[in-house]
Design a protein around this ligand. Sequence first.
Ligand SMILES: [Zn+2]
Length: 126
Amino acid sequence: MTSRTDDLDLTAIRRVLEDRRDGSRERVSGLARTPERGSGLGFGKRIGDGTIEAVSRLTDIGVGSTLERGLARTERALTKLDEGTYGVCDTCGAAIPAPRLRAMPDSVHCLACAAAERTPRPARRR
Ligand SMILES: [Zn+2]
C-alpha cells in the first residue's frame, strides 16, 4: 500500500523496538520496586549519607520519567507498526524520512513536530 517505508526492514525495526520496550519496562519496574535500594546495608557510610541518598533519589526520579517517556514512545511506535501508520507523523500526518527512522526507530513524529515538542513551553503562572 504505502511505498515510503518499503526500504525499511520493518521486521528488524519491530525487533529493535520490542527489545527496547522490554528493557525499558524492566528498568521502570525496577526503579519503582526498589526506591531504597541498598539503604541500611552500610554501602554509603562515608560522608553525608542523607545528602547522597536524596540526590540519588532525585536522579532516579529524573531517570524514571525519561525512561517512561521513552517507553511510551517505543510502545507508540510498535502500535503504529501494527496499525500500518509507522513512518507517518502522529501530529501532522507527514511522512517521517526513512533515514530518521533508521537512526531513531521509535520516531513517531516528523522532524518539525519533534523539534516543536522538545522546545520547552513557557511556564504557566499559577
Ligand atoms: Zn509532524
